[in-house]
Design a protein around this ligand. Structure first.
Ligand code: FAQ
Length: 316
């Protein structure tokens, strides 16, 4: 019986159908999605912090408004994704508690500091750029609610990337000090951004299962290479360089080839020992504590509203 279900499920995936919340799915498929979507939701929420750090110090009102809107969008993405993970039967509150307790993973890249205004530009350009490459692929994921969430999220990320690149173009056309500030930010964000795509394919324990069930449709290395090929010419167009003496263009494959990535740094950061892991979790815990009265008020209102609805219906 179980085999029949699995066979029918895999046939639907092979035919390119979307799997919806009430459909039969293997327990591993459900668990993989809960793992991946919850990590993604946490990343969006923690990802507000590095750029949020610059809202009060944005150089002009226009920049401040754009940055505020961007950071608010990331909050929306997080909430959207927590809703998507609830469709799999996961408990949102339990997932958030895991994050606050330091038990849940979130993207490596948000554990680095934003030292200058140029970091805001480079995050929009590199980090949102990398997120778009990854999430355009996930918009074709086999799980319906996740794929649909990605479509809207990617539209907003495209705006984020443009606001980031525009900041960088402005700095690149500025004074020598501004160009130097941009170059420094590029140097610091390049490698952590490349790590965002996850470990190399031969060290990626989840990829085989995710690819088999079309949760992911491309491997970590394939997406990383695609991002590199898009981004290197943009960096060169601004007259900037990348912190990689081995970077070269390979005529035969049409790829930009990079030097080795420091995977020890990646594993250290995702195990909790990056430059800002502790600070990020402290900020989330403080926000959770300070928001307790808002949650209590919202829940009380929801209860009152539900009672009023029931009363209205019973009188009708
Ligand atoms: N960071 O077997 P794989 C954004 C973990 S959103 C931390 O290759 P998989 C928007 C992985 O969980 C950015 N941990 O894993 C924004 C696994 O550990 P586990 C987030 C990572 O799932 C912009 C272990 O390593 N995007 O940027 C990372 O096949 C600006 C082995 O890895 C998503 O979450 C990492 N980078 O591939 C917001 C997209 N990579 O769970 C604010 C959805 C790997 O077994 C400002 N997720 N690990 O204990 C994915 O596409 C995939 O899950 C990957 C990892 C590609 C992240």
């Amino acid at each position: 019986m179980m085999d029949q279900h699995l066979h029918a499920f895999e046939a639907r995936i092979a035919a390119g159908e979307k799997i919806e919340p009430r459909d039969w799915m293997p327990e591993r498929y459900r668990q993989q999605l809960i793992r991946m979507i919850s990590q993604h939701a946490h990343s969006e929420i923690v990802g507000m912090l590095p750029e949020g750090n610059w809202i009060t110090r944005a150089p002009t009102l226009r920049r401040k408004m754009a940055l505020l809107a961007k950071v608010q969008d990331e909050a929306g993405h997080g909430l959207y994704l927590y809703s998507a993970v609830e469709t799999l039967g996961a408990d949102r509150e339990a997932l958030i508690q895991d994050l606050l307790a330091g038990k849940a993973k979130y993207s490596n890249v948000f554990n680095y500091p934003t030292l200058t205004w140029a970091d805001v530009g480079v995050i929009g350009w590199f980090v949102d750029g990398a997120a778009i490459v990854n999430q355009t692929m996930l918009a074709k994921s086999s799980y319906g609610p996740y794929a649909r969430a990605m479509i809207r999220i990617c539209k907003e990320e495209a705006f984020h990337k443009r606001q980031g690149y525009e900041i960088c173009v402005t700095l690149a056309q500025g004074t020598p000090a501004q160009r130097q500030m941009l170059q420094d930010a590029i140097n610091r964000w390049w490698w952590p951004t490349l790590m965002m795509f996850g470990p190399p394919d031969d060290q990626s324990p989840n990829s085989a299962e995710l690819l088999r069930w079309k949760i992911k449709r491309k491997t970590n290395d394939e997406l990383r290479q695609h991002f590199i090929n898009i981004t290197v010419p943009q960096v060169l167009a601004l007259g900037m360089t990348l912190p990689d003496p081995q970077l070269r263009y390979d005529e035969a494959t049409g790829n930009w080839c990079i030097g080795p990535i420091d995977w020890d740094e990646f594993w250290r950061v995702i195990r909790g020992y990056g430059p800002c892991n502790r600070e990020r979790l402290e900020a989330r815990r403080a926000a959770y504590a300070e928001g307790a009265w808002v949650r209590a008020a919202a829940q009380a209102y929801a209860r009152k509203y539900a009672t009023r609805q029931t009363t209205t219906v019973s009188h009708a």
